[in-house]
Ligand binder design. Sequence first.
Ligand code: F6R
Length: 250
Amino acid sequence: MKIIQTKNYQSMSKLASQYVINTLKQIDKPVLGLATGSTPEGLYQHLIKAYQTHQISFANVSTFNLDEYVGLDKEDKNSYHYYMHKFLFNHVDVPSRNIHLPNGIANDLNVECTSYENRIQSVGGIHIQILGIGKNGHIGFNEPGTSFESRTHVVDLDESTRRANARFFDSFDEVPNQAITMGIQSIMQAKEILLLVSGSEKAEALEKLVNGKVNEDFPASILQTHQNVKIIADKAALENISYRYVSETM
Ligand code: F6R
């Protein structure tokens, strides 16, 4: 696990975009795992800029998102489908047939989970998975207690996660109770993981991820056992981590 420190959110986003662009350029048909939430918005802005200035094309890229709320259709402004189109897909040349998100309104959610997992396998797995982290240690929507063996599945969202995400909704009551998420195993099968962390409110979680026991009660701790994890975090998020473990460059 390599930890790279940046000055702030902007420099974290820029460094992440440079790294993603370089990685995509080296692969013939790259498969990119994507996250939503506040953390990757800056990364997506930089990717759009890079596309607009002809530094990168997404024509050969396939994408798989980590998760989607259950019960929200694609047009719902709070669905992750809507988020991804708003913050990235509408502005770059990724073909729509290459875009994959779990369908949160599928008739049979369990069938949808299996089919999503199969779709990831059918393109040969994810080359680089972008992750954020929840204050409770969740990755994707894998809440504390999720089995490290889990594959794409339906989850009941923690009240703390629903409260954290209520800022995107008109009221707390509108935040769905369930989501479909890639499982811990699905995430761990990515060849490379790029975790972005920003702000002092994530410092405790980041410290636990790096120094804590690998334990299902803190899902992100599993990343300690992945062969190829890079964490790009800003100074505020790294306030609890000794500088000895931190590098300034990729
Ligand atoms: C989003 C996701 C979540 C978020 C996490 C942090 O697709 O899977 O695990 O990465 O909740 O969210 P933000 O970035 O909003 O703090």
